[in-house]
Design a protein around this ligand. Structure first.
Ligand code: NCD
Length: 305
């Protein structure tokens, strides 16, 4: 039985095969519409979500399956003091696969040891978010047709942004990739990502504070929201929240084929005036998330279409 906790739980070959499946689903949706008939997905969301939860649910419905679950801890027995372990052991009696989001880092891992069915980490605190990375990878693939030799700028809250952590670890496996980390001093990428992943492999990266200076070098610009819910005090959040705002004029020296991404939700970090730029890919990313989640559910349930 397979779980998905970290993006590196999938080999590069497996990621490529999920992309092939997702592209086949896009081309031939009808072929997949009964693939998970009589199967159930449980979405256990102990933290707010729009895209992740609804795209998992849409994915399961489009595979002909059904969905159970809850979207806030207060409507589950967690509010009565039940442990994550007991909750998932229970849900594992009802569902064939579980997608779980939790504010505590490592909670889905604990769940995966007790559930008896595959568990997918749908975001754990400020740690990882591997299925957003699957959406991000399909977006990069469809735009660039390769993962190699890309310079990727990640901008904003690199400290608490779990989508950043998973994407960096995923992209670090491809040859010739370079990272430019654009953040205020207080929100730099966690040191463990540098010491555990980038430094041992000799992967080049820069840490800078100016988005404008990095812009002309970038193949991909990945904007992020400052993660208010992970701050210890509101004053720091208010001071840092608008450090980077991408506007059309800041793109004046960007490449013609830049891919502008954002995991969403956006607060202020990309002006709506950028949405009409052909390089803005964040709503395509949303669509791609559903297709990759469909491909992932098929894989974890070992369904061959
Ligand atoms: C992200 C998350 O939950 O980490 N959202 C998402 O799943 N697309 C990003 C965020 O909340 O800023």
């Amino acid at each position: 039985m397979r779980n998905l906790m970290n993006i590196t739980d999938l080999s590069m070959e497996e990621i490529q095969s999920l992309i092939t499946t997702a592209e086949d689903i896009i081309a031939n949706p009808v072929k997949y519409r009964d693939a998970c008939k009589y199967k159930k997905l449980a979405t256990l969301f102990f933290e707010p979500s729009t895209r992740t939860r609804l795209s998992f649910e849409a994915a399961m419905y489009e595979l002909g399956g059904s969905v159970i679950g809850f979207s806030e801890a207060s409507s589950s027995s967690a509010a009565k003091g039940e442990s994550v372990a007991d909750t998932v052991r229970t849900v594992g009696c009802y569902a064939d696969v579980i997608a779980m989001r939790h504010p505590k880092e490592g909670a889905p891992l604990v769940a995966s040891r007790k559930a008896g069915v595959p568990v997918i980490n749908a975001g754990d605190g400020g740690h990882n978010h591997p299925t957003q990375t699957l959406a991000d990878l399909l977006t990069i693939w469809r735009k660039k047709k390769t993962f190699e030799n890309l310079t990727i700028g990640l901008c904003g809250d690199l400290k608490f942004g779990r989508t950043v952590h998973s994407l960096v670890v995923a992209m670090a496996r491809y040859a010739g990739v370079k990272f430019i980390f654009i953040s205020p001093e207080e929100l730099r990428i966690p040191r463990y990502i540098l010491t555990d992943t980038l430094d041992p492999a000799g992967i080049p990266y820069e840490e800078v504070s100016s988005m404008e200076e990095a812009m002309p070098k970038l193949d991909v610009l990945y904007m992020t929201r400052v993660q208010r819910e992970r701050f210890f005090n509101e004053a720091d959040y208010i001071r840092l929240k608008d450090t980077y705002i991408l506007t059309p004029d800041k793109l004046s020296n960007a490449r013609e084929d830049l891919v502008i991404m954002h995991p969403l939700p956006r607060v202020n970090e990309i002006s709506v005036a950028v949405d009409d730029d052909p390089r803005a890919c964040y709503f395509e990313q949303v669509k791609n998330g559903k297709y990759m989640r469909m491909a992932l559910i098929l894989k974890l349930l070992e369904v061959n279409v």
